[in-house]
Design a protein around this ligand. Structure first.
Ligand SMILES: C[C@H](O)[C@H](O)[C@H]1CNC2=NC(N)=NC(=O)C2=N1
Length: 95
């Protein structure tokens, strides 16, 4: 499951993840929340989902702006786990 995705598959995945972009061997999305508590509440929802799937994003919180960076550390790059986590983060951010 933690096999690196070829660039063609990363590009295909990103086509369906318009809020995300590729930065080297990671997928990145920045989300601006209305307030700092809202930003932290989003991070908490993502934390629960990440723990459930045992696949965790790197998270940078700066006031109301949260940046999620997804990569599979054990594989050294982007795998299907990261694409699925990005989709989950989009769902949680939209909810
Ligand atoms: C032991 C545990 O299953 C591993 O360390 C998991 C935890 N969460 C993880 N998250 C991410 N993004 N990459 C990993 O390789 C990874 N490995």
């Amino acid at each position: 499951m933690a096999d690196l995705l070829p660039d063609t598959e990363v590009d295909a995945a990103l086509a369906a993840l318009p809020h995300w972009h590729r930065a080297g061997d990671t997928l990145v999305r920045t989300i601006k929340s209305p307030t700092f508590p809202d930003a932290v509440a989003l991070v908490d929802r993502v934390a629960v989902a990440a723990e459930t799937r045992n696949h965790h994003p790197d998270i940078d919180i700066r006031w109301r702006t949260v940046t999620f960076t997804c990569a599979t550390h054990s594989a050294g790059g982007i795998t299907a786990l990261d694409v699925e986590l990005a989709r989950e983060i989009d769902r949680l951010a939209a909810g």
